[in-house]
Design a protein around this ligand. Structure first.
Ligand SMILES: Nc1ncnc2c1ncn2[C@@H]1O[C@H](COP(=O)(O)OP(=O)(O)O)[C@@H](O)[C@H]1O
Ligand SMILES: [Mg+2]
Length: 315
């Protein structure tokens, strides 16, 4: 039995290599019941490999994974009863309706009919999909398909939920619905581990682990991560963000630059000192800008600064 203080997911020094690449490198973290934990990182960071090992469908080279008190490496079949794993491409039957897909998965997991009906009513309502029960899955939008996948994955009330980039490519409204379902679930005490490549989505998790090249860079609440970032972040509003970047790229005191919708965010050693310096550089170079001020760091600032802006972050 799982005690209330026991972690629902424990990854300890999980490691997995493929020819030429260490996909996951000594990864340790834990997730409690009632918690949404985000595994955040760009493509190739090792998110899917981590989730596969936790789901018991890939054996780690080293380290251990415990799900609801069960050792996944030693006893994957038993662990599978307590978890639900939603891979990036969840297997929906396109020529079955929404209801029929749910019934299929309910039968697969041995969910009784009354339980299935109550559960699917609740989940479809939270998903905003109650009117679409008779629609063929193949005729749903991408966001609806993802939500239906989640409903199917949750029909048997798993204690631990592993989601692999469930909102990638999903429209903003469906993304919001999706998160609403996740928040309902944690009220039931389940533990949710979700991967995402959207750094803004990290802010919605109780805790996040930032993953880069298989290694954990940081693991904490979004608020703590931001509070512990001792560098300053400046937001420079400009119609010419690329021009701003070109001028400031090599400026003294700057450690990274991220293009945003309406300008750039730069991470600097000392905000008070650099604001007038950078304003002067931009003015001399005749780069138009509306404002240059210190702002609260975002998870994206933190991540880009940790990974180095020499990477792939070109907005
Ligand atoms: N089955 C596999 N065979 C070989 N290399 C793999 C395999 N799966 C993943 N990789 C490699 O491992 C690294 C991590 O991949 P992955 O876990 O899919 O990352 P993410 O899900 O964060 O994009 C990448 O370099 C990827 O190319
Ligand atoms: Mg992946």
């Amino acid at each position: 039995m799982m005690g209330p203080l026991q972690s629902a997911i424990v990854a300890e020094r999980l490691t997995k290599s493929f020819p030429g690449v260490r996909a996951v490198d000594g990864l340790s973290f834990d997730v409690r019941g009632g918690e949404i934990f985000g595994l955040v990182g760009p493509d190739g960071a090792g998110k899917t490999t981590t989730l596969r090992m936790l789901a018991g469908i890939m054996t780690p080279d080293d380290g251990s994974a415990i799900i609801a008190g069960i050792d996944v490496v030693r006893d994957p079949e038993r662990a599978k009863h307590s978890l639900s794993y939603m891979p990036q491409r969840f297997g929906l039957y396109e020529d079955l309706t929404v209801d029929e897909n749910i019934r299929f998965y309910a039968d697969l997991f041995g969910v009784k009919r009354t339980e299935r009906d109550a559960r699917s009513n609740q989940l479809l309502q939270a998903a905003g999909m109650s009117e679409f029960r008779k629609r063929l899955a193949g005729k749903l939008s991408g966001g609806m398909k993802q939500k239906l996948g989640l409903v199917c994955a949750l029909i048997h009330r798993p204690k631990v939920i592993l989601l692999d980039e469930p909102t990638t490519g999903v429209d903003p409204v469906s993304r919001r619905d999706f998160w609403r379902i996740l928040y309902e679930l944690i009220a039931e005490g389940v533990a949710i581990l979700t991967s995402t490549a959207y750094l803004d989505e990290a802010e919605r998790c109780h805790r996040v682990a930032l993953l880069h090249q298989g290694k954990l860079l940081f693991c904490d609440t979004p608020a703590n991560l931001k509070a512990n970032m001792h560098k300053g972040v400046l937001s420079i509003a400009s119609q010419d963000p690329r021009g701003v970047r070109k001028q400031l790229e090599r400026a003294e005191g700057l450690t990274s630059i991220v293009l945003t919708g309406d300008g750039v965010h730069v991470v600097v050693d000392d905000a008070v000192r650099r604001i007038p310096e950078y304003e002067a550089i931009l003015t001399n170079a005749r780069i138009p800008f509306d404002s240059c001020q210190q702002v609260q760091p975002t998870i994206e600032d933190l991540f880009v600064d940790a990974v180095g802006s020499g990477g792939s972050s070109d907005g």
